[in-house]
Design a protein around this ligand. Structure first.
Ligand code: UD1
Length: 356
């Protein structure tokens, strides 16, 4: 892969359609931009249940072109069957899934239905088309607390901590079995570590659609003064400063990895099924992220030390050598890029869309 120049890839990808389910979401929207920059023609399927229509407009503005968008549930194949059967459509990147750990505990069937049953239906439909390439969003949550950090793809998968985590494991297994049984079919599961940040244009990013549980949206709320103070969940872990360690990854790097993954499936994969870690390889503590946010953005925010959050693991960060080797991909953005971009995007949302 590394030997192919950007120009060669642009030529090879030109005019090829890629279906992007959940293409208006956080990672999906950044991937749409990256697909276009790399010569692909993305077709978005998104019913806006966890996104906003204005993201589509922002994407068109940002890329200076029209982007096909089918506003529907990804499970309603009749609305986009013609695109699925179009011979120019060569791949699917599947993002459309629920992703709140807490909600998955209280509404497990909602998660098994949309994330797992819907995925099976999608594969059944794809099996009837000429599409032979699928990229699936998985998560490092499947490693639980690994015995060793940085964690490689060889580490054992741990019993899931939540129905959300279970759906990721089930879908990986389904995809693997499906790809092995259908040898014309190639697929890749991408195990994300902690995606944060926003596009460097600050026109797209993560939307504050529900009460945030993740660290970066919670930091933003505290910096905006919308919560009195941020609670750090535990400072007595066996880590350098006592707070949990994670591998925070800029969403633009993550988006680029999806495009590299699609290039890989189309041009050089000899395997039917591949799974890869996507992270920076660097562990950062909760306190390091908070302090970087304060310093780089020159903002004040209050935080307090609180109890550990049930289900949290102490430390997990990625061994990324496999992604480098297979995809020729390496994360390039820094923690500073992550905290600055997310704060700038917050200002843009407020000024342009009145969303605070
Ligand atoms: C969480 C999920 C994981 C999921 C991922 C998606 C849990 C237990 N894990 O991972 O399954 O794949 O989100 O992005 O929910 N923190 C605070 N204060 C806060 C919020 C978070 O201290 O207000 C800490 C957490 O304790 C953790 C770190 O920040 O140590 C990162 O938390 P978070 O952003 O929720 O990600 P994960 O826990 O890694």
């Amino acid at each position: 892969m590394r030997l192919l120049s950007v120009f060669t890839l642009l030529q090879m990808n030109k005019g090829k359609n890629i279906i992007v389910t959940g293409g208006l979401g956080f990672i999906g929207s950044h991937t749409v931009v990256s697909l276009i920059e790399n010569g692909y023609n993305p077709i978005i399927i998104d019913d806006c249940r966890n996104s906003e229509p204005f993201i589509h407009k922002e994407l068109e503005d940002l890329t200076n072109r029209q982007i096909e968008w089918i506003k529907d549930d990804y499970r309603n194949f009749s609305s986009y069957r013609s695109q699925l059967y179009d011979t120019n459509t060569v791949g699917i990147i599947h993002f459309a899934a629920y992703m709140s750990v807490g909600e998955s505990v209280s509404a497990p069937l909602k998660y098994y239905d949309n994330n797992v049953a819907g995925f099976v239906e999608l594969l059944q439909e794809v099996e009837r088309t000429n599409i032979k390439n699928i990229v699936f969003s998985s998560s490092c949550t499947i490693y639980g607390q690994p015995d060793e950090n940085p964690v490689s793809e060889h580490a054992p998968v741990q019993p899931p901590q939540s129905p959300y985590g279970a759906t990721k494991q089930m879908c990986e297994q389904i995809l693997k079995d499906f790809s092995n049984a259908n040898t014309a079919f190639k697929s890749i599961a991408l195990r994300y570590f902690n995606p944060v940040g926003a596009h460097h244009s600050h026109q797209i990013g993560e939307l504050p659609l529900s009460k945030p549980n993740n660290l970066m949206p919670a930091i933003v709320l505290a910096a905006q003064g919308k919560i009195e103070e941020l609670t750090i969940f535990g400072d007595d872990y066996n880590t350098p400063d006592g707070t949990c360690v994670r591998d925070y990854l800029h969403v633009e790097d993550l988006a680029n990895a999806h495009v590299r993954a699609m290039d890989f499936l189309l041009n050089s994969s000899t395997e039917n099924y591949t799974y890869l870690n996507l992270g920076t390889g660097k562990g950062l503590s909760v306190l390091e992220v908070i302090n970087s946010f304060i310093t780089e953005n020159n903002v004040d925010l209050s935080y307090k030390l609180g109890e550990r959050r049930p289900g949290d693991v102490e430390s997990v960060y990625a061994n990324t050598s496999q992604a480098e080797k297979v995809l020729g991909w390496k994360a390039e953005k820094t923690l500073k890029d992550m905290v600055v971009d997310v704060w700038q995007w917050t200002q843009y949302l407020s000024k342009t869309h009145g969303i605070n």
